[in-house]
Write a protein that binds this ligand. Structure first.
Ligand SMILES: O=C(O)c1cc(=O)[nH]c(=O)n1[C@@H]1O[C@H](COP(=O)(O)O)[C@@H](O)[C@H]1O
Length: 237
């Protein structure tokens, strides 16, 4: 994956996902499979997409005690995935255990998948952060702190909003991967997302990769919506 525009394949059936992908022809894509698809279909969904040459971000956001996450990552390492994530809120021991599990499960001679930590979900706004989660620091400082913990645990990067990328780069350096969902064109429905940025703005802010779901998957013409997003994403490359 190189500055990917990752399409979030959040569909409630395999048939809908396949129909969507047929519209894209043979081009290998950067795709995200999340809980919805993986819980329904298991590892076969990864095999199916990999056979077509796609690059895969498996988004299961693991968050449990270190031993459980270690063993789960060891199992996931058997899948042909390129990127996988955990919740940084699980803490440094959990994140280190995740990395070690992934390393232990990766066959010798192969590169382990990249591992990133989710900082604060892009559906969380300032009010929710302070009133529900009882975190009183500003959002960008919280995200930068989680990013630092993630880096210290030996992970490759984080998931955050593109609004916090500059702050993250200040503390973790620009090589630290920043994968940013919450991407919308100005005219798009925001849905449940709060910390929203356009593809062009995300690139200007320094995002390494963006994740786009409904603005493409629910569009009347998904291929055109994807091409428009990609053009915007690459405008400041
Ligand atoms: O880890 C993620 O991918 C993720 C983290 C986050 O903070 N926010 C977020 O929206 N996501 C995922 O990114 C995708 C965004 O989808 P849309 O809001 O439809 O573009 C969804 O599949 C989410 O699960």
């Amino acid at each position: 994956m190189q500055h990917p525009l990752i399409i979030a394949l959040d569909f409630d059936s395999r048939v809908k996902r396949q129909h969507f992908l047929e519209g894209f022809g043979e081009e290998p894509l950067d795709l995200k499979i999340g809980m919805e698809g993986f819980y329904r279909e298991g590892a076969t969904v990864i095999e199916e997409l990999k056979q077509k040459g796609h690059r895969i971000f498996l988004d299961l956001k693991l968050h449990d005690i270190p031993n459980t996450v270690h063993q789960a990552m060891k199992a996931l390492a058997n899948l042909e995935i390129d990127l996988v994530n955990v919740h940084a809120a699980g803490g440094q021991k959990m994140m280190s255990a995740a990395r070690e599990g992934l390393e232990a499960g990766t066959k010798s001679g192969q590169n382990r998948p990249k591992l990133i930590g989710v900082t604060q979900l892009t559906s969380t706004d300032d009010q929710m952060l302070s009133n529900e989660l009882l975190i009183q620091q500003p959002m960008d400082e919280v995200v930068a702190h989680y990013a630092q913990m993630t880096a210290q645990s030996g992970l490759d990067g984080i998931v955050c909003s593109a609004l916090e990328v500059q702050k993250v780069h200040e503390v973790c350096g620009t090589d630290f991967l920043t994968v940013t969902p919450g991407i919308r064109m100005p005219e798009d429905d925001k849905g449940d997302q709060h910390r929203i940025v356009t593809p062009a703005q995300a690139r200007q802010n320094g995002s390494w990769g963006i994740v786009v779901g409904r603005s493409i998957t629910q569009a009347n013409d998904p291929l055109t919506a994807y091409q428009k997003m990609k053009q915007e994403w690459e405008r400041y490359a």
